[in-house]
Design a protein around this ligand. Sequence first.
Ligand code: ZN
Length: 133
Amino acid sequence: MKNLTSVTPQTVTMAGAEKVQMQLLCGPGDGAPSFAMRKFIIAPGGCTPLHQHDYEHEVLILAGGGVAFGNGRENAIKSGDVLFVPANELHQFRNTGGMPLEFLCLVPAFVHQSGAPQPVAVNCASDMAANKK
Ligand SMILES: [Zn+2]
């Protein structure tokens, strides 16, 4: 057992990520063979990259609010919302509010094993408007 406050947030350096930090709460380093639990914190005005990968996400919004892009459209998100992002779906989380947007995001454990391929950002946040139809 450990406490959330004991896990040092890491800045997400993936191309297109802005003002995003991640805490790897539980994963291969804890001996977990199948799943990894991460908490993300996006500062106001920040966003994850618009990206896709061949595994799914299960997301629980913990605090704050913003916009999630998925299934080809934008959805307002707030504390308590649960999102399922299927494999290969293009997705992005953006903090459009005035407080940190915090959420849990679960992935397969292999994502956090050394040498795992990184997902590819399709577009940076500034390209979002051009991407919308
Ligand atoms: Zn993702």
